[in-house]
Every structure is written in C-alpha cells, then in structure tokens.
Ligand binder design. Structure first.
Ligand SMILES: [Zn+2]
Ligand SMILES: [Zn+2]
Length: 266
C-alpha cells in the first residue's frame, strides 16, 4: 500500500484498479467455482434430494454467466478505486483501529449496510422488471434458467452500475471498520453464489425455523428465476413480505411439514 501511495497519479490509479478487478474476479471465481464443484460435479443421493430444478445448467449458459460476471467485476472495481483514493486523502469514514465500542458498532453497522443494500436491491430490481426496462437491463440475468452458482454476478453492465456504487457511497457517510467492509463484500458474493446454486444446502430444520423464515436462500431465489413477479430481495424476506411478493413454503415439498403445521394452527 505504501508503494501505491507513493506512486500516485494515473499510474497509481490504474494499478489500484487492476488489483481491485483481480480481487473481485478471483473472489467470484473461487467461491462460485467451489460451489459448482461441490454441488454439480457429484451425483450423491443427498445432492440429488436438494435439487431445485429438473435440468442441469447448460454449458453455454454457464459460459455466458462467467463472461457477464467478469464484466461486472470491471464495473464493481471502479467505485472501489474512488474509495481507496479518497481514503488515502483522508476523505472517507473508513477506519482500521479497533475501539471497545466496535464490538457493538461493527455488527450494527454491518446490519445497517445489509438492510440498506437489501432495500435498494428490492426496489431497483422490481423496477427493472418493468417491461420498458426488462429487456435492456435485466434480461441478461434471467437467461439463467436454471441458474448455476456462476450466475452470481451475471448482470448486464447497466444493472451492475445500479448496484456497484451503493456500498462505496455508504463508506463516505457512515463510519465503517475495514473488517466490516471485507465481511460484507465476502457475504455478498457468498449469498449470491448460494442463491443461484440450484440446490438448497440449508438444512430443513433451519429453513423451517427463524433463519428460513427471515433470510433468503437458494429455494427462495430460485422461485424468482421461474416466476418473475415474486421474491425480489437479496438477503432478507422483509420487503417481499411487506409488499406481498413473498413465496416460499408452498413451493417446495421439503417444506411441507411447515405448511401442515401452519394450516393446523389456523
Ligand atoms: Zn438471480
Ligand atoms: Zn429479476
């Protein structure tokens, strides 16, 4: 980092940008590749029992998902460079020292960021399903039917531009520890990979408990790839429930007992 700071100017900017593109792309390839290998290269009975779809993702679809996701890395890295340059100049609220209050503030700030991201994602995602915008902005993502883990960032560049700047902007307006930023970036990739994995890896008892009730998993997002009018959110089922676009329990046999419980209680 000292060398980067010393380099400065356009060369330093280009070097930081190149490094960030590489980090974003490698993080995506490593996490998506790991889950693709774990879930789609082995045909064990357990893997088969968690399948959300009849067909396998086609090789041509997977290749396209990887191509679009790598283009997204080029876009996601840009605001990252601006944050790093501004941080070097002392213009952000990003900090690295650990204060006692951080045992509370870091988890709270992570939750605030995730909720703001989720709110932005829900509403812009719904807007992109408007017929006037869908073909231009969002169709690329929905070509994944069924999706593979590589669909995590398979967005048209216009769509990536909608999402890429939000977290960097938050770093300018609220104090965020660098560990919180790294955690959110990793969680964002992991959640997106898992939501598109085509298999539900969360155990049934978790799905039937508070975790499945409040958080989005592969089963929840898979419904969105089949029914474009449902399940728009990213991390939490909150906005889908509030807006009446949430579907989950009735769609999957492995959640049957939960539906029976609920109907029994009615
Ligand atoms: Zn999706
Ligand atoms: Zn969509």
């Amino acid at each position: 980092m000292d060398e980067l700071q010393a380099l400065g100017g356009p060369a330093g900017f280009a070097l930081t940008y190149g490094a960030l593109v590489a980090i974003v792309a490698l993080r995506y390839v490593a996490i998506a590749g790991l889950f693709y290998w774990l879930l789609w290269s082995r045909e064990t009975p357990r893997v088969k029992s968690r399948l959300l779809t009849d067909g396998r993702p086609r090789p041509a679809t997977v290749r396209a998902e990887i191509g679009w996701s790598l283009i997204s890395a080029l876009i996601y890295a840009l605001p990252g460079v601006i944050v790093i340059e501004a941080w070097k100049a002392g213009g952000t609220l990003l900090y690295t020292d650990w204060r006692p209050i951080d045992w509370v503030w870091v988890p709270v700030s992570i939750f605030i960021c995730l909720f703001i991201q989720d709110t932005w994602f829900y509403w812009t995602h719904r807007l992109m399903h408007h017929p006037r915008l869908f073909r231009i902005v969002h169709l690329v993502h929905h070509r994944s039917r069924p999706p593979s883990p590589f669909a995590a960032f398979s967005f048209h560049p216009f769509e990536s531009l909608v999402y890429a700047w939000l977290l960097p902007l938050l770093i300018f307006i609220m104090p965020i520890h660098v560990a919180a930023v790294l955690f959110i970036l990793t969680l964002m990739t992991l959640a997106s990979v898992l939501n598109h994995s085509g298999q539900e890896i969360i155990p049934d008892r978790w799905l039937k408990g508070p975790i499945g009730h409040h958080l989005i998993t592969a089963a929840h997002h898979d419904i969105h790839h089949r029914d474009f009018t449902k399940n728009f959110a990213l991390y939490f089922r909150f906005w889908d429930k509030v807006m009446g676009t949430d579907v989950m329990e009735d769609a999957y046999p492995f959640l049957e007992s939960r539906r029976e419980q609920r109907e029994g209680a009615d």
